[in-house]
Design a protein around this ligand. Structure first.
Ligand SMILES: [Zn+2]
Length: 365
């Protein structure tokens, strides 16, 4: 059962692995760092030895194979990891050599377990050189992957222009997490500052949602719009609900339906009997996960803000709400990561639309 996160996708760029060592042991690849590196590695292997008794199928890749975090694959040069035994991944970082980007091992390790393994996917590499200190590999990307990757990078640069709108959008959602009447009140008061910025972000998101919607799967998309939770389980016999290819996954929808403007819980439309279970092929399953993430973007961003607010309240129950708001808005790393995640989903939507157009053009020729 390959269940995704409560919201139906692994949180992008937030791998749940633990980074065990960071590159603080001198320049990468020198003899000293490598000795220390070996030492760390050895310690970690012995401290996690009990995991080694788990069935092999829980660790889908062989030692020596390379994997990358799926959500980072569209980056120009994602970090890649070499599978090291059953419980460790060693990080390889990109560097430039004669105008070519290659990867070499660094002294960063991550734990690899059944919980976080689904965040990774195998990537093909060519070994360029290997010594007892350093291994240099090249990431093999098909032209198509490279092309899609460039397209996504380009689109993400262009949507950077919404940064100020996005910051107010997040400020609104943090405020709503601090005071559950906030959204309703700004609508009642017609608060131009918040409403106009939220509207700008909502409109871009809506245009992206339409790009990923599928005219052959209206009832599926309508159900996905209603239920914010989504999980995917492998298996299922029959035809895909959206096209007619053989199904490979069972999609389950769940969660509390809500009003997209105020995020208040609502009852689903009683006249429509929404289904919550669908069989899908690989392609349609990928589309529906992206569609759900964009359709429920505000809800998911609100969930993230609520989580951060709850953490702040836990640390200091008497902290003033204004202080919590200001602290969260000052967390630039967090804010830029959220903005990046949203722009990445938007760019994926445009990439999806482009791919569909290319398929249609090919069919017409
Ligand atoms: Zn399909």
């Amino acid at each position: 059962m390959a269940t995704t996160s409560p919201f139906g996708f692994p949180y992008p760029d937030l791998p749940s692995h633990t980074v065990l060592g960071y590159g603080v042991y001198g320049s990468e690849g020198d003899a000293t760092s490598n000795r220390k590196l070996h030492h760390i590695k050895h310690q970690q292997v012995s401290s996690t030895a009990q995991i080694d008794n788990r069935p092999i199928e829980e660790m889908p890749y062989q030692s020596g194979e390379f994997v990358a975090i799926k959500s980072e694959l569209n980056e120009m040069w994602p970090a890649i990891w070499r599978v090291d035994g059953k419980t460790l991944l060693q990080k390889y970082e990109p560097f430039e050599n004669d105008g070519k980007v290659l990867y070499r091992n660094i002294s960063t390790y991550a734990a690899w377990n059944p919980e976080n393994k689904k965040l990774y996917t195998q990537v093909p590499v060519k070994v360029r050189s290997q010594s007892h200190l350093e291994t240099i590999v090249e990431l093999v990307r098909s032209e198509l992957q490279g092309d899609e990757c460039n397209f996504i990078e380009k689109r993400m640069l262009e949507t950077q222009m919404y940064q100020e709108n996005f910051e107010v959008y997040i400020q609104t959602l943090i405020s709503h997490a601090l005071d559950p009447n906030f959204l309703t009140e700004i609508f009642q008061e017609q608060d131009e500052y918040f409403l106009s910025n939220v509207k700008t972000v909502d409109e871009v998101t809506e245009s992206m949602r339409q790009r990923v919607s599928c005219s052959n799967a209206r009832s599926l998309d309508a159900a996905v719009d209603v239920w914010p939770g989504l999980s995917v389980a492998a298996g299922g016999s029959g035809a895909c609900r959206a096209c007619t290819r053989p199904a490979v996954a069972r999609l389950l929808l769940y969660g509390q339906p809500y009003n997209p403007a105020t995020l208040e819980p609502v009852q689903p439309n009683a006249r429509l009997a929404y289904e919550k279970e669908f069989l899908l092929c690989t392609t349609c399953c990928g589309r529906v996960q992206l569609y759900s993430r964009i359709s429920h973007q505000k809800y998911l961003m609100y969930a993230e803000c609520s989580k951060r607010v709850a953490e702040k309240r836990m640390q200091n129950p008497s902290k003033d709400t204004t202080d919590i708001l200001n602290e969260l808005l000052a967390d630039e790393v967090w804010l830029s990561q959220l903005f990046r995640d949203v722009r990445h989903s938007w760019a994926e939507a445009e990439s999806w639309e482009r791919k569909m157009r290319q398929v249609m053009t090919r069919q017409m020729i």
